[in-house]
Structure formats: C-alpha cells, structure tokens
Ligand binder design. Structure first.
Ligand code: HEM
Length: 447
C-alpha cells in the first residue's frame, strides 16, 4: 500500500511542509506531553515531512528497543545532527557492524572488576567537594556537579587528571546544548556559515582542543596502564590496523560528554529535590547515619543503602537526563495494529512515560519510598528506562548508578540542603534535559 494512504494513528493537526516542528521546538516537553494526553498511546506526528510516532506504552517501547531492535536503527537526528561535527561516529551515534566492534572493544572497561577502582576515584573526588562547600552558602549544584563528574570520568576512563583546559568544557557544552534546542539547528545544515552555526562550531573546536590534549598526554605518558583510553590507543583490528585519529577523537569526546553531563544533571536534581522535600532528606540521613555511623561511604556500603539508591532512581524518574530516545524503522513494521512505514521515526520519551499516572501513583510527586518493596520488579519493563534498553542500553549505567550513590551519600552525610531564594527551574530540553540557568541550593553543614 502507498504509505501516505495507509491508516494512521491519531495526532495533532499539522501545518503544511513544516508539520509540527514549530510547536515541538517552541516547547518540546509540552508537545510530547500533549501527544498521549490528547491523542493516545501511539500518536502520529509530522516533523518537516518526516513521519514520527510518539510511543507511550512500555510494551511498545520494548518492541522497538528489544524485540525488533534489528529493524530499528538510530534516527536521523542522532545519526546526522548529533553524529555530525560533534560526536561523529562515536559509540552513541554509530550503528551496525562498526558500532558492534567498538562496543565489544570498550565493554571490558565497564566490567564489575573495574568498577571497584572507579569507586575509589569517585569517593576521593566527592570528599574533595565536601571541603569546597561552606556552611550556609547558596551553590549552583549543577555547576559543581559538572566539574566533579567531568574530573571523575577523565580520571577513571582516561587515567588523567583535569588540566587547565577543563574550564572551557562548561561554557562550550552549554553553547552546544542551546544550539540543539533551536529550530535553526534542525533546519539548516551545519556546514552553512550562519552566525548560529559559527558559534556552535567554535564551541566544538574548544572541546576538540581539550580532547586532542588528553590523547597527547596519554600517549606521552606511555604504556603500562589499563584505562579505556589506553585500550582504544592499543586496539587493532584483524588486519593489524589501529583506530584512525578521527575515530579515536569521536570515541573520547563521546565518552567525555555522555559520561559526565547526564550523571551531573541527575546528582544536581537529587540535591534540589531533597532541598524541597525535608521528609525524604530526613529518611536519607537516617539511613546514612545508621549504616555508616559517620564513616565515609565506600563501594561495599552501597548494598546497605537502598534509600540512597531510591533517591537517585526517583530523581531519574522525574528528571530523566536522556528525556527522549529515537529510532528509525529500517523496514516496514506493525505496532498496535498500525502499519509503520519504512523510514518512520519512533519517539520514546522517558519524560512522559515516567510521569504516566497508569504506571505511578501520584506521578508528579517526589517519593523515593515508592521504590521500596520491589516496585521495579512489579512495573512493566520499560516503565522506568532512563538508560534506554536492548543492545544499545547505556554502556555506563553501572558506572553512573555507582557514582550517583557514592557522591550523594558522601555529600548528604555532611550537608543538609535548603531551598535558595529564586530557585525556580527552567528546563532546557536539548540532547539532555539540563537546567538552563543551573540549580540553586543552600548547603548547611550537618552537626
Ligand atoms: C545518569 C546517567 C546516564 C544516563 C541517564 C544515560 C542515558 C543513556 C541512554 C538513554 C542511552 C541510550 C541512548 C539510545 O538508546 O539511543 C545511553 C547510551 C550511552 N551512554 Fe549513557 N547515560 C548515563 C551515564 C553514562 C556514563 C557514566 C557513561 C560513560 C562513562 C555513558 C556513556 C554512554 C555511551 C557511550 C552510550 C552509547 C552506548 C551504545 O550505543 O552502545 N553514559 N546513555
């Protein structure tokens, strides 16, 4: 059947040519919320002539990410826009056989045995942060966590400390995230020398300089280390060929960005939400005090800290840093009785699924205690999916969950969090869901 004649699920009324693109870029979260609210669980949307289906039911998401994953690849936004000048063919934006080869190569760096060493790096950096906060001051915990998680990922995965260039990362990344939230970025190709594109390119150039410096320093330090960067430098394919400089750059930049921005957002929201929910904070302190008794937390303590984990999970539920996940159909399919044409984009949004009242009681409330008594086992598999799923599941999931719990436990053991004046959050839904102007929290030393 001609795909344009095929029956289509309901959806909002579209403008000619541009479709829903303007409504979407004006308010992405409001737009994706309106889809299931006003039209149902499979909603047909048009983005610049491209057919997009917004999915809300966990079993439909499982169909795309797991059951039929071979039929779905990364969508054009990830492949061509994120995977253009910024991330190239790094692990996040690569596909097919080249992706699989790189994933297999990097997987050992995330194995359980390696995580213990990373745990020590994480707690060392968290304890350093304790020394930087002063009783009673208002902090932008988002900025603090960006620096902290960047230092952790660079030391854990690349075996290096942060050097002078690191303070360029924050502003460059903010510029890049603003870029992806603008309609122009989605309409004009990145090679066009518009002022917007030139600013974006300059920000990437800054990150490139930093990455080139990291690779150079690692090469100069020589062999004898087993960090991920050394593994990438030493890797050879079956013909004895080493990775090209471009591929190496793409992988390092991907790991550096994917490995710190998301975890940082999650931690910053943990502090912010605790500042707004003293009863949850009291329960957290109760757990930390009774299990640790004043001793600094270590990796071995995490199993005895379920409430700490629940705070992290609940913050990931309400503010999923990867708020939307996309795939493109490589061939025709069927979903919920609707024909899906080849080339259609499937949009799966942790932001709306995590706030679905059919899945969560009082879905907008911050209630870490909901995770007690095995809620995760009772929920459908993709009711909570901040790390995606299937073969493209986040490679850093265990790393991130360990880091968030260790940093949260270390800082919450020593500080209480209070609301700061003018602490409203403005969200910037870009590649990640970041607080546009940071997150302000007053920190109080605990007795
Ligand atoms: C709270 C923290 C994190 C969140 C919410 C998160 C979320 C995600 C999600 C949703 C995906 C899948 C995207 C898709 O299916 O299209 C992903 C992939 C990925 N993440 Fe994470 N991530 C986090 C932390 C990390 C960390 C710490 C690292 C590295 C140390 C990392 C590295 C990656 C990489 C390289 C991929 C691509 C994996 C592949 O496609 O094989 N992430 N992440």
């Amino acid at each position: 059947m001609n795909p344009s004649r095929a029956p289509r699920p309901p959806g909002p009324r579209a403008l000619p040519i541009i479709g829903h693109m303007i409504d979407y870029t004006r308010d992405p979260l409001g737009f994706i919320e309106s889809c299931p609210r006003d039209h149902g669980d499979v909603v047909a949307v048009n983005m610049l002539g491209n057919r997009v289906y917004v999915l809300q039911r966990p079993e439909h998401i499982e169909h795309v990410l797991v059951t039929r994953h071979r039929q779905y690849a990364k969508d054009a936004f990830q492949r061509e826009v994120m995977g253009g000048r910024l991330l190239g063919r790094g692990l996040l934006t690569n596909d097919g056989e080249p992706w699989l080869r790189q994933r297999r190569l990097m997987q050992p760096a995330f194995h359980r045995q390696r995580l213990a060493a990373y745990g020590r790096i994480m707690t060392t950096h968290a304890r350093r942060q304790v020394g930087l906060w002063r009783d009673g001051e208002v902090r932008d915990v988002n900025a603090d966590m960006m620096e902290l998680t960047l230092a952790i990922v660079i030391q854990s995965l690349f075996g290096l400390s942060l050097d002078d260039g690191a303070d360029t990362v924050g502003p460059a990344l903010a510029r890049i995230m603003e870029h992806f939230a603008r309609l122009q970025a989605l309409i004009f190709p990145e090679w066009l020398p518009t002022p917007e594109n030139l600013g974006y390119r300059a920000a990437i150039d800054q990150l490139d300089t930093l990455v080139a410096g990291l690779i150079r320093r690692r090469r100069e330090a020589g062999g004898g280390t087993d960090d991920l960067l050394s593994m990438l430098l030493d890797a050879q394919d079956e013909n004895g060929q080493r990775m090209s400089d471009q591929q190496l750059r793409d992988e390092v930049l991907t790991l550096m960005l994917a490995g710190h921005e998301t975890t940082s957002i999650n931690l910053a929201f943990c502090f912010y939400l605790l500042a707004h929910h003293p009863e949850a904070e009291a329960a957290l302190h109760g757990e930390l005090d009774s299990v640790l008794g004043g001793r600094a937390p270590a990796l071995e303590d995490l199993a005895a800290l379920p409430f700490t984990e629940a705070v992290v999970k609940e913050a990931l539920r309400l503010y999923p840093p990867a708020w939307s996940i996309g795939r493109e159909a490589l061939e025709a399919d069927e979903l919920d009785g609707w024909p899906i044409a080849k080339g259609s984009v499937m949009m799966m949004n942790p932001w709306t699924v995590h706030r679905d009242a059919r899945l969560y009681e009082e879905p907008l409330a911050f209630r870490p205690q909901r995770w007690r008594d095995g809620l995760e086992q009772r929920l459908p598999r993709f009711a909570w999916f901040p790390f995606g799923g299937g073969p493209r599941l986040c490679i850093g999931m265990s790393f991130a969950m360990m880091e968030a719990r260790l940093v949260l436990a270390t800082l919450a053991q020593r500080f209480r969090f209070e609301r700061a004046p003018d602490d409203a959050v403005e969200l910037l839904p870009s590649i990640t869901l970041r607080p546009r102007h940071g997150l302000k929290v007053r920190v109080r030393a605990r007795e």
